[in-house]
Structure formats: structure tokens, C-alpha cells
Design a protein around this ligand. Structure first.
Ligand code: SF4
Ligand code: SF4
Length: 391
């Protein structure tokens, strides 16, 4: 007798998907047009038709093990051609969010930071934390005189908050990703045919060039927006690493006591540091911030353009796009108000900037940014299996 496969539908999961915006999945009648038009779907077991029926049936256990939902780049070519308006591109996007929450460690953080309904609680955590730190250290108030951000919130207090919390976030993320990797391993009867490292390098090349993004017909503009945000973040991460290295490892002293120590620390403050290096990092940081802002703006513009046609943008995506813009905008405005010597508004904007930076960095294992790591892992795994991915 043939082996029977028993599926256990999870109706709570179906309800959650529908509440998150995937209600259109019920319209799918399995015609497979979406899998045919998808430019990224492999010939072997193509997506997203099968994921649509799995979502309709509430097969959560199968979906959390799926690498395929991460091969989708949300271009929405499939949604454009779906004869039923079932919006498969959006359904896959919501499934990815659910997988992040499912693998999140600890789970309650996945719920707080991953659910847009909790955005105020998520933002309240850094606000309360900062106020406590400022109150305890006697910095709660607007400093007199020239606007210097470190007089308001000393850099070493910021580091003492961010360094341990970032390390904790990395640890939580590593646990979440190891769960995901284990799930992927249990998802397929196929044994990996390629080694991890070459598959990983191949994946990184693909991601750096956004090769897959550019295969989509429907929303090619997204590749540019995504690239700007992607490289903006990388640029700012490099600049921050430089600041930390400069401050704590090289311990260069500032030759500019009258200048803003934040800026001096950020761009290299020692006479031993050649001016050219300071200038290069300054330019690099500003270009990265502009790329982030421009990319965030383009993401929002593209989503507004798409709205109501073949796709809906989930609140989760809106929140992330909004946060990217807010980080860039408050950072630049804080600098501008400082130069103009508008003390109160400069310090308040800087405070808000730190709140949004906290949201982006510390909640990274549960946010839209986590997609980057989940997707990298899933594509690497797929390459190890050497599935027939359409090129
Ligand atoms: S999502 Fe649309 S195109 Fe895809 S199988 Fe269902 S009805 Fe057909
Ligand atoms: S959104 Fe684009 S990549 Fe994703 S399944 Fe649809 S067509 Fe394929």
C-alpha cells in the first residue's frame, strides 16, 4: 500500500494570514498562471501556485520549512496576470513575515517587533530606556551653549546601550536563523549536492548585483530603490564600524575640542589621521545617508504607484519603509539644526534619530531587514540542492 501523507491544517494560521492582508488567497483556483509567468520560479516544483494552496489549507508546518517563498523577490508579475485577483505576490510576502515570526527567538519579541500593531510599544522601549539613562546620568535637559550632541547624550552612554544590545540582537538572530536552517534541512528529501561555501559565495554575488530583481518585468524600478537602500545601509554600517574602531581601538584624540565630538569621533579626529581619510569617510557617510533616503523615498513612491492595482503593501512593509526614511531624515535634520544652532529642536531631532536607529538595529532579527538574511540562507540552501532554478 502506498504511504499516506497526512496534513494537519492550522486554522489559526489561516486566520492570522487573512488578518495580515492575505485574504485574497481564498480566490485562488489553482490555474497555475502565476507559476508560469514568474521569472524566478524553477522548473522543478515551481512557485507560487503550490504555496497558494498550502496557505489556503493552513499548512503552516510545510510553509515554515519552504525555501521557495524566499526565492520570490516580490516583483508581482504573477499578481498582474492572476485571473482571479488572488495577489500571489502579496500572499508570499505575508508568508515570509509569518516565517520570520515563527522562527523568532524569543517568540514574544517576534510578536512585539514584527507586528506593526505594536509599533508604539516597540518605539516606547528605546524612549523609556534613553530617558532613564539621561535622568540617572544627570543629562535630562537641553544643554546650554553651542549645540554639541555629546553634551546632551554622551557617546559612551550611547555605546554602552547599543554595543551590548546589538550583541544580544546578533545572538537572538543567530538562534532564529539556526532554527530556520534546521527547518529547511527537514523540508526536502533531496540531499545537498554542493558544498556550503561555494553556494554561499554564489548567492552573495547574486544579491550584490541584484541579478534576480532585474529579471522581473512588472516593477523594475524596485531594483534601483532596493539597491539604494541596500548599499546605503552597508555604507552606514561601514562608517559606524569606522567610528567604533577609531574611538575604542585606535583611541585617537580630537584635535578639535570646539567641534562636535560626535562628528570628530565619526570621521576620525586625530592629527595622526590624514585629512584625506577624514574627508573620504565624511563624504562616504553622507553619500550613504543620501542613498538610504533616496532609496526609502523611491520604495514609498513605488508602493504608492502600485497601490490598489495588482498589489497591496502590508503594514509591515510600510512601517519598515517609513523607518528607513525617518532614520535618514532625522539624522540629516539633526545635523542641519545643529549647524543653524536651533538647540532645542536639534537635540529633540537627535533624540528621535536615536529612537529610530534603535528600532532598525536592535529589532533587526524580527523586522523586514531580517528578510535579507533569511533570503540569503534560503538561496544558499537551494543552490546546495542544485535545484533547477530558471536563469
Ligand atoms: S494565484 Fe491566481 S494565477 Fe496563481 S494559481 Fe491561483 S488563481 Fe491561478
Ligand atoms: S512576486 Fe514575482 S518573483 Fe514572486 S512569485 Fe510572483 S512573479 Fe515570482
Amino acid at each position: 500500500m502506498a504511504d499516506k501523507t497526512v496534513f494537519t491544517p492550522d486554522m489559526k494560521f489561516v486566520r492570522e494570514l487573512r488578518e495580515a492582508g492575505a485574504d485574497t488567497m481564498k480566490k485562488c483556483y489553482q490555474c497555475a498562471t502565476c507559476s508560469v509567468v514568474c521569472p524566478l520560479s524553477p522548473d522543478d516544483k515551481p512557485f507560487p501556485r503550490k504555496e497558494m494552496v498550502m496557505a489556503q489549507w493552513g499548512l503552516k508546518d510545510e510553509l515554515v520549512k519552504s525555501a521557495d517563498i524566499w526565492l520570490c523577490h516580490n516583483c508581482n508579475d504573477c499578481s498582474k496576470y492572476c485571473p482571479r485577483g488572488a495577489k500571489p505576490g502579496d500572499v508570499l510576502s505575508i508568508l515570509r513575515k509569518s516565517v520570520i515570526q515563527e522562527n523568532a527567538f524569543p517568540k514574544f519579541m517576534g510578536k512585539i517587533a514584527g507586528d506593526p500593531k505594536n509599533i508604539w510599544q516597540a518605539l516606547a522601549i528605546p524612549v523609556v530606556l534613553y530617558i532613564i539613562v539621561l535622568a540617572v546620568t544627570g543629562h535630562l535637559g537641553i544643554p546650554e551653549g553651542e549645540v554639541v550632541f555629546s553634551k546632551f547624550f554622551p557617546v559612551h552612554y550611547i555605546d554602552q546601550i547599543f554595543v551590548p544590545l546589538s550583541a544580544l540582537a546578533v545572538l537572538m538572530f543567530a538562534i532564529s536563523i539556526s532554527r530556520f536552517w534546521k527547518n529547511l534541512g527537514g523540508s526536502s528529501e533531496m540531499k545537498p549536492k554542493a558544498a556550503f561555501l561555494p553556494s554561499f559565495i554564489e548567492t552573495l554575488k547574486e544579491i550584490m548585483t541584484h541579478a534576480k530583481f532585474r529579471k522581473c518585468d512588472e516593477s523594475k524600478d524596485r531594483a534601483v530603490a532596493h539597491m539604494l537602500v541596500f548599499y546605503g545601509f552597508i555604507g552606514l554600517a561601514i562608517t559606524t564600524a569606522w567610528a567604533v574602531f577609531n574611538l575604542y581601538v585606535l583611541q585617537w584624540e580630537s584635535p578639535y575640542p570646539a567641534n562636535d565630538p560626535d562628528i570628530v569621533a565619526l570621521f576620525g579626529g586625530s592629527e595622526t589621521v590624514p585629512m584625506i581619510i577624514r574627508v573620504v569617510f565624511k563624504i562616504f557617510a553622507n553619500i550613504s545617508a543620501v542613498a538610504l533616503l533616496a532609496g526609502g523615498g523611491l520604495v514609498i513612491a513605488n508602493r504608492l504607484k502600485e497601490r490598489g492595482v495588482e498589489t497591496v503593501t502590508s503594514t509591515f512593509d510600510w512601517v519598515f519603509a517609513g523607518m528607513v526614511l525617518l532614520v535618514g531624515a532625522t539624522g540629516m535634520l539633526a545635523q542641519m539644526f545643529r549647524v543653524l544652532d536651533f538647540a532645542t529642536i536639534a537635540y529633540l531631532t537627535y533624540f528621535m534619530h536615536l529612537v529610530f536607529v534603535f528600532y532598525i538595529i536592535i529589532y533587526i532579527p524580527y523586522s523586514k531587514l531580517a528578510h535579507f538574511v533569511y533570503r540569503t540562507v534560503a538561496i544558499t540552501y537551494t543552490k546546495m540542492l542544485q535545484r533547477d532554478v530558471e536563469m
